[in-house]
Write a protein that binds this ligand. Structure first.
Ligand code: SF4
Ligand code: SF4
Ligand code: SF4
Length: 628
């Protein structure tokens, strides 16, 4: 499908969309004006699509430096009367939380929707926290789509709800919902045409400190107003079409949300189970009356939800408040796992613990996955061939050796990005990691709490995200560590989005390039070196110098990620067999995946080799030559 059809498609047309593309169509139908994000899987495709379509759709779109900034961009737009959207992965909500919590107090004028994509089973994340906790914490409504049509419909509906109650609304997806494909029927598009020379609309902010400035004198009243709103919204969720029932079961019921609902439906259908189902698509404020009504004639109920037992606890409250005689089976009694992603087999196994039915084995998910995985070679995730990070990890290990340090003398503080893969042998260059930007703060902490040397690694995008403030901390408090900014000219791990260090903005327009070097100097760092990672001699020498300092030294490794679109590939290296003495240094110490040893002979995979020349410098026998 041509992505522009997300803008031009008429009401009633149907398209086969990715969940994240369906979200974009929802935004277009809702007529939003402003969108901001920091890229994070599984929500990244929303930004990639918006960056292409923003102008056609009269939307201002930006990749912000972090989720908190994105939240602030969206909140100020919404309070100025525009419809605004911000989206992130679940852990991004932690970064945005400070501003998010108060946005609930200040409220909005134009609709504001926050999409947070959870990652059950943490396929690409540092934890598997549940965004629904944030809805409860802030007292903000949450919608949980389970298929692509619902993603589109709920995103659109969330704006109406937000405007009606002047409160931001969260849409929570999960990896399976963000990345599933399905048929989506388009609806009407709300006009958002521009009223000025820009391609997006401008709003107006009417000042009223008592509503928008949460000093203690005003914030107390704001909290009262928030509770009034949420009580009214509970009446809406009780009647919402997104909370609906199926089936006729009299003894057993099942309550589910999001992708867990899909698995539960499959199990009930394929095994002809007599269970009635309540699907909760509008799960906070919890539709208590709806749930009580559903439970009233049941003996037992299953609660099927991925990550935390949130619906389950609310269901128990309903049962307790009405003294209902209904037994609950969920995560808390061990019927279903308390962690990780579900699938139909996991749900079937849980139901079977209680119902003891003869399972229809013809559609076993785990079995088919296991069979599939037999045919797929198992490979540990590795840095790509020609990745500039590899050269830096190789170089730092050589420098450490040359300085007479043992591996245990140096702590590697890692961060979120491709370079976390430095954890693997032979580099072993990730010893500690918490979150985006944490490598710099961790450097500060290790510097004062140990006598070890500390090497922190951060990417360019992550540096802009949250590496700058801890670097200021490092300078001011005289911390001693070596910070390497791996400036690969892109936000690589989430699919190649721009960041402030490159001269292009989120809509593809020219933009000022922010210099990491100047930022580091402005933070007060005295030692700031920009080096070419593929010049191994320079890499080793710079690390040696940096490790001998007593302050926060910054090394900026500047070379593009090999996957950046439009880069000219250099010719692959040539292997001169007669010069090779089989020392294996290129395979074992550099470990570029384009180099293998097959039948005792070094082999270069030309389709992978990027001609980066690192291996040429590693080989001391002249067996590898520049292919140019
Ligand atoms: S030049 Fe050598 S190190 Fe670089 S990608 Fe090719 S094989 Fe790998
Ligand atoms: S995507 Fe780019 S930065 Fe990431 S491992 Fe590959 S080459 Fe390196
Ligand atoms: S480093 Fe050079 S000599 Fe050693 S195995 Fe590789 S190609 Fe052969």
């Amino acid at each position: 499908m041509n992505l522009k059809e997300l803008v031009t498609g008429d009401s009633g047309e149907k398209r086969f969309l990715l969940g994240n593309e369906a979200a974009v169509r929802g935004l277009i139908e809702a007529g939003i004006s402003i969108a901001a994000t920091y890229p994070g899987t599984p929500s990244s495709e929303i930004g990639n699509v918006l960056s292409v379509l923003a102008k056609d759709a009269n939307i201002y779109f930006e990749f912000s430096t972090n989720e908190k900034v994105a939240m602030e961009v969206a909140a100020t737009a919404a309070v100025s009367g525009l419809r605004s959207f911000t989206f992130m992965k679940h852990v991004g909500m932690n970064v945005a939380a400070d501003s998010f919590m108060t946005t609930a107090y200040s409220g909005v004028n134009g609709g504001m929707v926050i999409l947070s994509a959870d990652d059950p089973s943490l396929f690409s994340s540092q934890n598997e926290q549940d965004t629904r906790n944030y809805a409860k914490l802030a007292n903000v409504p949450i919608l949980e789509p389970s298929n692509c049509q619902e993603v589109k419909d709920m995103v659109k509906y969330a704006f109406d709800l937000s405007e009606q109650f002047k409160l931001p609304v969260i849409v929570r997806t999960t990896t399976r919902v963000s990345h599933m494909r399905g048929v989506v029927e388009f609806g009407d598009v709300r006009d958002n045409s521009s009223n000025n020379d820009n391609h997006w609309k401008r709003g107006h902010f009417n000042k009223d400190p008592s509503k928008y400035v949460p000093v203690p004198a005003f914030a107390g009243d704001m909290h009262v107003r928030l509770w009034d709103k949420i009580r009214k919204i509970e009446e809406v969720s009780n009647k919402s079409k997104f909370n609906c029932e199926w089936g006729t079961g009299k003894k057993y019921g099942l309550i589910a949300s999001s992708s867990a609902f899909n698995y539960a439906c499959d199990v009930v259908k394929f095994n002809n189970l007599d269970i009635k189902i309540l699907k909760l698509g509008f799960s906070y404020p919890f539709p208590q009356n709806k749930v009580i009504e559903f439970l009233s004639d049941l003996d037992e109920v299953f609660v099927v939800e991925e990550v935390d037992p949130i619906i389950e606890r609310d269901t128990l409250v309903c049962i307790g408040s009405k003294n209902l005689n209904v037994q609950v089976h969920g995560k808390l009694d061990g019927t279903f796992p308390i962690y990780h992603e579900f699938n139909s087999d996991i749900v079937a196994e849980g139901l079977n613990k209680v119902l003891n039915f003869k399972e229809n084995k013809s559609v076993q998910f785990t079995q088919s996955l296991e069979k599939l995985s037999e045919d797929i070679p198992s490979r540990a995730p590795v840095l790509c061939a020609g990745c500039p990070h590899r050269a830096m990890y190789y170089g730092i290990n050589i420098a450490i050796e040359e300085l007479g340090l043992k591996p245990e003398d140096v702590i590697f503080a890692s961060d979120i990005g491709c370079y976390t893969l430095g954890i693997n042998p032979p580099y072993n260059a990730a010893d500690y990691l918490l979150s985006m930007g944490s490598s710099v703060g961790d450097g500060c902490g290790f510097s004062v709490s140990t006598d070890q040397k500390v090497a922190s690694f951060i990417g360019d995008s992550t540096f802009f995200h949250s590496g700058i403030s801890p670097l200021i901390n490092a300078v001011h408090n005289k911390h001693n560590f070596v910070l390497t900014v791996l400036d690969n000219r892109i936000t690589a791990m989430t699919g190649g989005q721009p960041n402030p260090g490159i001269p292009v903005d989120g809509m593809g327009d020219d933009a000022p390039e922010v210099s990491i070097r100047k930022l580091a100097l402005a933070c007060g760092c005295d030692f700031v070196r920009v080096i070419n990672p593929f010049n191994l001699e320079q890499v080793v020498k710079t690390y040696r110098e940096a490790f001998e300092r007593k302050d926060a030294a910054v090394i900026i490794s500047k070379a593009p990620c090999t996957l950046i679109k439009g880069l000219t590939r250099k010719p692959p290296v040539k292997f001169i067999e007669s010069n090779c003495n089989n020392c294996d240094k290129c395979v074992k110490e550099l470990a570029c995946p384009a180099i293998s040893k097959i039948n005792g002979k070094i082999t270069i995979d030309e389709s992978q080799c990027d001609g980066c020349t690192a291996c040429i410098q590693v080989c001391k026998y002249g067996a590898l030559e520049d292919g140019r």
